[in-house]
Design a protein around this ligand. Structure first.
Ligand SMILES: NC(=O)C1=CN([C@@H]2O[C@H](COP(=O)(O)OP(=O)(O)OC[C@H]3O[C@@H](n4cnc5c(N)ncnc54)[C@H](OP(=O)(O)O)[C@@H]3O)[C@@H](O)[C@H]2O)C=CC1
Length: 278
């Protein structure tokens, strides 16, 4: 296990540290940037091998593998001017920043690998897409639930766009709950029931022998309630709107001019006001 540095100790930086250090994991030396101060301090108190550095350069100097986990709009400020020699390995979690662009910012010949870890790496339950494949980086994520190396950055950006659908899924469930509450069901009862319904959906996804359209058909009575909602709400127009939203996101991730209107949040997005949620 290498000495690992983390620049940007927010939601995903914390999940990686917890996944590496929690019971059963190897506890490597981990060096954290001082920004995200509260989380960094908490992690360094909780885990023996974790310490907070004075600045980002110290993180780089002490680490063999450096994970960049700042928001995209902060990466120039966080990284420009750092000295990073070619023997280190860089893992970039920055969505929408190509390897060549990051290499220019870092001015380094070190290998740069992009990765999409998800919060479930905390429990070592989530496969992480990586690009390009790199033995050290892939084995790091293997330890956190699996590595899924993809061939090129085009493919990587498609996976990145897919991960952008997660919070819409939670909002969909919240909408179901509030609809039921609007019809007189106690909110906590509706909440519990919806969670239970979709926990079972999650379990049925473990059955890899049945394709997704087969799962849909198997859960549907012909002419029944599920068919009605699927065909009246998730109709072709709705499916097309979803695909167009994904196309727009993909164009942004590839740093192309999007075909449709560009995404411009009119309110702070994300838990912390970040306009660049994963
Ligand atoms: N959350 C997720 O599930 C995933 C996120 N990502 C990517 O990871 C990155 C981080 O996302 P997320 O953890 O959600 O974001 P957060 O906002 O939770 O964390 C970002 C952290 O970066 C810190 N930071 C800001 N500027 C600097 C700087 N100059 N030097 C060092 N640290 C700095 C922030 O500190 P402060 O609080 O002081 O501002 C904050 O702690 C993003 O690029 C995102 O696209 C990728 C995959 C999944």
């Amino acid at each position: 296990m290498q000495r690992i540095g983390v620049i940007g100790v927010g939601e995903i930086g914390r999940a990686i540290v917890e996944g590496l250090c929690d019971e059963g994991g190897t506890s490597p030396g981990i060096f954290l940037s001082p920004r995200g101060a509260r989380t960094a301090a908490e992690l360094s108190e909780r885990y023996e091998g974790v310490r907070v550095c004075a600045d980002n350069q110290e993180v780089v100097d002490r680490s063999e593998l450096v994970i960049i986990a700042v928001r995209r709009q902060d990466h120039h400020e966080a990284l420009a001017g750092l000295e990073l020699d070619d023997h280190k390995t860089v893992v970039s979690l920055l969505a929408g920043v190509a390897i060549d662009d990051l290499r220019r910012t870092l001015a380094t010949g070190a290998p740069i690998v992009r990765a999409i870890p998800l919060p479930a790496v905390r429990e070592r339950r989530s496969a992480t897409v990586t690009c390009p494949s790199h033995p050290v980086v892939d084995s790091l994520f293997q330890q956190l639930g699996g590595a899924l190396p993809v061939e090129d950055e085009d493919a990587f950006n498609v996976f990145s766009a897919l991960t952008g659908t997660l919070t819409a899924h939670y909002s969909y469930l919240a909408t179901l709950t509030s609809w039921a509450a609007g019809h007189g069901i106690a909110s906590d009862t509706a909440d519990r029931y919806v969670r239970g319904l979709f926990r079972n959906v999650g379990r049925s996804l473990d059955d890899g022998t049945r394709p997704l359209h087969r799962l849909a058909a198997d859960h549907e009575t012909p002419g029944g309630n599920n068919e009605r909602i699927r065909t009246t709400w998730f109709d072709p127009a709705n499916a097309t709107a979803l695909k167009e939203a994904l196309d727009g996101l993909l164009a942004d991730l590839r740093q192309e001019r999007p075909a449709g209107p560009a995404f411009s949040p009119d309110r702070p997005a994300g838990r912390d006001g970040s306009a660049d949620p994963a």
